[in-house]
Design a protein around this ligand. Structure first.
Ligand SMILES: C[S@@+](CC[C@H](N)C(=O)[O-])C[C@H]1O[C@@H](n2cnc3c(N)ncnc32)[C@H](O)[C@@H]1O
Length: 168
């Protein structure tokens, strides 16, 4: 998604610039003006497609992704952390310098490392617990603002490395 604003009367988010791109494993309701892909964000071909849909990079990356829960707390938090770690990786390909990122995480032992990493990538990073989430789960939103951008030389090297996520 490239730009958005929240209408204070209707509480609706409207997007003033295009493209607005979404992805989900499952079929979702259409959203006016948005391109919604059905697929796995871990799939390199999907990542390339999203990059092609917004070659000038996004202003904002929002992730509400959550793994299917197993009931085993540490497995669920680890799977959630893997998704958020991938979102942080993808900032180097998709997010404009100065851009923002919000990602939902199941809070577990992995959370501090994700938060620390977000702090290194953004000028400002914090955790937000929306009131609506508090009673039903231990989910938290990791918010990063002011993406510092990425060093092309370093990211070229990183592209050649296989991330732990991809080894699984
Ligand atoms: C909590 S739901 C949020 C759905 C959406 N925000 C909504 O309000 O309808 C989490 C979503 O993450 C999606 N998801 C989980 N893993 C994914 C992956 N690897 N790639 C793309 N979507 C994924 C699931 O299919 C699920 O629909």
């Amino acid at each position: 998604m490239c730009a958005w604003k929240l209408d204070s009367d209707s509480r609706q988010i409207s997007f003033s610039e295009r493209p607005l791109v979404g992805i989900d494993l499952v079929a979702t309701e259409p959203v006016e003006g948005a391109t919604i892909l059905q697929g796995d964000i871990r799939d390199k071909a999907m990542q390339t497609k999203i990059r092609e849909l917004c070659p000038n990079r996004f202003d904002l990356i929002l992730s509400d992704m959550a793994p299917n829960t197993t009931g085993v707390h540490h497995a669920d938090t680890a799977n959630s952390a893997d998704l958020v770690s991938l979102v942080l990786d993808l900032c180097s390909e998709w997010l404009k310098p100065g851009g923002s990122m919000v990602a939902k995480v199941f809070e577990g032992s992995e959370y501090q490392a994700l938060h620390k990493r977000a702090k290194s990538l953004f000028d400002f990073a914090k955790s937000v617990n929306p009131e609506a989430s508090l009673s039903r789960s231990r989910e938290v939103y990791l918010v990063g603002q002011g993406y510092r951008g990425h060093d092309e030389k370093k990211s070229d090297k990183a592209d050649k490395l296989t991330t732990p996520m991809q080894k699984r």
